[in-house]
Design a protein around this ligand. Structure first.
Ligand SMILES: Cc1cc2nc3c(=O)[nH]c(=O)nc-3n(C[C@H](O)[C@H](O)[C@H](O)COP(=O)(O)OP(=O)(O)OC[C@H]3O[C@@H](n4cnc5c(N)ncnc54)[C@H](O)[C@@H]3O)c2cc1C
Length: 487
């Protein structure tokens, strides 16, 4: 036989970034399809850890470690499907491009496939990769993944972006009527029957082996296994979503919300799977129509902020959405900031929330709103300080949702809370933690007090700080500052 006539299978590289899963992954699915000539393709995968870039993007260790665990789980699953996942340490985005091109050359790869990311630097990097790879004959394919509707493509009739959530939501629902959400099948099982495991000579690469961080107390609380997370979604849709509309605002209720945000932020779960699971609940049991629809609305807030990030790239540059709010004279008050960060403001619900963040790497949504309003309005401290602190500590840290949430609370964003509507720490506690259960969990020094006193302890009666500010006066100060903008 003439060996010249043997056609080598086409080799494709799946570059995993924030889509760390095998189910419903459009890039992985497409890579596993046969070549145009009908021959099976060979699939290799990679993840490139850009640690320096992560730090520049304010990722704290909770988010970094969680990502690492998600990569490890992905590597193990892919291995069982005969797909090697090469994990490299590359410092920054420039390093990612350098090593991707090198991998393509050394391993004779003809295509790179990946899922899109909405952040500005990430999009610049991808554009640069397309140009550099194209120059040496390598094709790049990027797939919409992080949103139900391709990011940035849902526009008003006049071609401008939606700036108000309710109108955006309405149009999303219309769009989804005519473009029903579907998921991508897992094609790796078929592939593994055709492709023997490809051993790569790894000695020439800056290898990095992800760790399980099994001794880390925060990580222990957050599953990073794809299988487990799919089960969590399933369980939430059988036992939790049914009460979501009534339970979601009560931070002491452990099962009131899905706690899937970290998995969604890392792409360990897809938003399409979540959406379809909720729709399934509605189809099977109409009595849960409203509860499931309420959960879908939260997925659409996530969607809204992703679209905004793509359409208003200045949001990625620490700029407020409303330019006039650049003139706000935020207080430079490092000691006050520190008290807020450490949960020592003297307002129990705020402090319990800030301690929940430090102890668990997560905070309930109602409390995120409360502490963000507290910092940006009552303390009149720049929202970017809070945004940074959240990025440093949240296991689900995510630029689009975090920036969206902070600009909402600080009234600098589009469709934000009106500047004069402040959430009172006491009133919020009376409404959403009336028995002081949540407060007692994170402020054990108040646990022995009766509920009312947990919410508002007597000054000096116990070892707990006095309120750091007079709510009435500080509200007044914030109102004057915001009013000044409109004069
Ligand atoms: C100041 C502030 C900062 C925030 N920072 C982040 C962040 O860094 N990362 C993050 O994922 N979410 C952030 N959120 C949104 C929200 O608080 C979390 O997504 C939610 O608490 C996660 O818990 P869950 O998974 O149980 O949510 P569920 O209530 O079960 O909601 C399901 C999913 O919908 C999405 N979602 C829910 N609420 C919102 C919302 N208000 N905005 C955008 N998406 C939402 C999340 O992906 C969430 O996992 C922030 C909100 C505020 C007010």
């Amino acid at each position: 036989m003439n060996t010249d006539q043997i056609i080598q299978p086409e080799r494709r590289l799946v570059w995993f970034r924030s889509d760390l899963r095998i189910h419903d992954n459009p890039a992985l699915f497409s890579a596993c399809q046969p070549s145009d000539n009908g021959q099976p393709a060979e699939v290799i995968a990679c993840f490139m850890r850009p640690e320096k870039q992560w730090q520049q993007h304010d990722w704290g260790s909770n988010k970094q470690r969680y990502t690492e665990r998600c990569v490890l789980d992905l590597q193990q699953t892919l291995k069982s499907r005969n797909i090697p996942l090469l994990t490299l340490d590359v410092s920054d985005f420039a390093g990612q491009i350098h090593y991707l091109l090198k991998l393509c050359q050394v391993l004779s790869i003809s295509q790179i496939l990946a899922c899109e990311e909405p952040e500005l630097n990430e999009r610049h990097r991808d554009a640069q990769l397309i140009a550099s790879a194209g120059a040496i004959g390598i094709k790049c394919h990027f797939f919409n993944d992080q949103s139900l509707i391709p990011m940035g493509q849902l526009l008003k009739k006049d071609g401008t972006p939606y700036r108000v959530y309710s109108a955006f939501r309405k149009q999303c629902l219309n769009w989804l009527e005519s473009h029903p959400v579907t998921t991508w099948p897992d094609a790796t099982v078929n592939l593994s029957q055709q492709q023997p495991f490809i051993e790569l000579n790894a000695s020439e690469w800056p290898l990095w082996q992800p760790e399980s961080h099994s001794a880390d107390q925060i990580q222990q609380q957050w599953p990073a296994s794809e299988q487990q997370l799919l089960q969590t979604l399933d369980r939430f849709c059988t036992e939790g979503i049914q009460q979501y509309d009534t339970a979601r605002d009560y931070p002491a209720d452990q099962t009131g919300t899905s706690k899937l945000s970290a998995a969604l932020a890392c792409g360990k779960l897809s938003v399409r799977s979540c959406w379809l699971a909720a729709r399934q609940v509605q189809a099977v049991d109409p009595q849960y129509q409203q509860a499931a629809s309420c959960w879908c609305d939260e997925l659409l807030w996530r969607e809204f902020y992703r679209h905004l990030l793509v359409l208003y790239p200045d949001l990625c540059k620490r700029q407020p959405f409303k330019p006039e709010t650049r003139a706000i004279r935020w207080r430079h008050a490092p000691n006050d900031l520190k008290r807020w960060q450490q949960g020592k403001t003297g307002f129990p619900l705020v402090d319990a929330a800030m301690r929940q963040l430090i102890q668990t790497g997560w905070m309930h949504n109602r409390l995120r709103m409360l502490v963000a309003v507290f910092l940006s309005k009552y303390l009149l401290i720049d929202w970017r300080e809070g945004e940074y602190w959240f990025m440093q500590h949240l296991i689900d840290a995510d630029l689009a949702s975090n920036n969206g949430g902070w600009q909402w609370a600080a009234s600098t964003g589009t469709d934000a809370v009106p500047y004069f509507r402040l959430l009172s720490p006491y009133r919020q506690a009376e409404r959403f933690d009336a028995e002081g259960k949540f407060i007692a969990t994170f402020l054990p020094e108040l646990a022995d007090l009766p509920a009312k006193k947990r919410i508002k302890p007597d000054i000096g009666a116990i070892l707990y700080p006095e309120p750091m500010t007079d709510l009435k006066k500080s509200r007044q100060l914030a109102m004057e500052e915001f009013k000044r903008l409109s004069n």
